[in-house]
Design a protein around this ligand. Sequence first.
Ligand code: FE2
Length: 167
Amino acid sequence: MKLNNLNDLFIHELKDLYNAENQIMKALPLMAKEASSTDLKNAFEMHLRETEKQIERLDMVFEKLGQKATGEKCKAMEGIIKEAQDIMSENADPDVMDAALIASAQRVEHYEIAGYGTVCTFAKQLGHTEVLNLLHQTLEEEKSTDMKLTSIAESKINIKAENKGGR
Ligand SMILES: [Fe+2]
């Protein structure tokens, strides 16, 4: 794919996000399964349903732009998910594992916030108002997921994990 102008880069970034979202959709059920806290399990399951909607929104974006969604592999998301899988394979105390799952999930969210922030800015510059509206809804969902994870961590999980004995 040749990148001649901002629109080409915009499409490239959207394809990267599309692939990232699809990777996240596969990873979230595994993270929900690994979580012990009901709040955290619910947060992952809710975000899985949001992610499915976000993928549909991206499908609409590609349709409006007359482009195909495929063609990019998000290597960064692959790496973030690989690290999450590595930590999930550790023999950790359940509360400590929950804290680790939140740490991994927030890396995912921050990557997405950066990605959607960029495509929102590009859509605005390029005058794609309807597309901007769709992308902005997802950006706000990612931000609120991130904040919800912070709140679960700070109000419960980190405290429980801190108070484990250990050595
Ligand atoms: Fe997402």
